[in-house]
Design a protein around this ligand. Structure first.
Ligand code: MLT
Length: 252
């Protein structure tokens, strides 16, 4: 397999992602929250880059079938139902709901992948499920790290390294300098993913605004073993038992 890594979505647009097999990562916290919402029974997540668009989509859906979720500066947006803490997305709150979701980095990165051939949402909480799926599909993959405000983030890159490392356990992997760097990071931090998050810039910021528990949740490797698939404008879960091939070529 061939796996390339982008450390941030800056300079990447929808057309650049078109036709690719992509894995989008925003460990703290967007992709962890999406995995959790879908695992807890949300019908779908609709990621969008800005608040105005989120509100517009929401006004087109019936109020008992949708929730508005997301953050700015890490905090719940005024008038929204939910913030961006994965634990908020409990089965009682999200079952059968469409979640319109806007976050600073992750939601926009996912939105940029809407024309990808296959686009999967990954985090530490679902890393093995993602690896199993991409190994079954094979071919060439791009890992898109959401990063932080356009810059590198160590937690996303370490998660990319964990994915590549696990693929290497079962298949040859051809990667480039960015991919090799993620492998070094993963080797360095694999004994304490939570420790790495506590040192990271965004981890420290989240602790400073009262979200230390989220770091524990987000570092729980394979705690939420789902495969969220981006299909045009929505993210839905791959049904257990369905073939990996059935999720390829989801988008135009
Ligand atoms: C993002 O998309 O930027 C984040 O998930 C930020 C956060 O809420 O921690």
């Amino acid at each position: 397999m061939k796996i390339e890594v982008f450390f941030s979505p800056v300079g990447i647009d929808e057309l650049g992602m078109r036709g690719r097999n992509v894995i989008i990562i925003d460990v703290l916290r967007a992709t962890t929250t999406i995995c959790t919402a879908l695992s807890n029974g949300a019908r779908e997540v609709i990621p969008t880059a800005d608040i105005e668009n989120a509100t517009k989509i929401s006004s087109n859906l019936s109020s008992d079938s949708r929730l508005l979720g997301g953050e700015r500066q890490g905090k719940k947006i005024d008038g929204f139902d939910l913030g961006n803490s994965p634990a908020e997305y409990s089965p009682e709150k999200v079952r059968n709901k469409s979640i319109i979701f806007t976050t600073t980095n992750g939601a926009g990165a996912i939105h940029k992948c809407r024309y990808a051939s296959t686009a999967l949402v990954a985090s530490f909480v679902n890393v093995s499920a993602i690896v199993e799926t991409i190994v079954e599909i094979g071919g060439t993959w791009t890992i898109l790290c959401s990063g932080r405000q356009g810059a590198f983030s160590v937690e996303d890159a370490t998660c990319a390294g964990m994915i590549i490392s696990k693929v290497k356990e079962v298949s040859e992997v051809d990667t480039e300098d960015a991919g090799l760097t993620t492998l070094i990071l993963y080797k360095n931090y694999k004994k304490s993913i939570l420790g790495m998050m506590k040192k990271s810039q965004h981890g420290q910021y989240l602790v400073s605004i009262g979200f230390e528990e989220d770091l524990k949740f987000c570092s729980n490797v394979d705690g939420v073993p789902v495969v969220p698939v981006v299909s045009g404008l929505v993210v839905r879960i791959k049904q257990p038992g369905s073939s990996a091939q059935s999720i390829t070529g989801q988008t135009p």
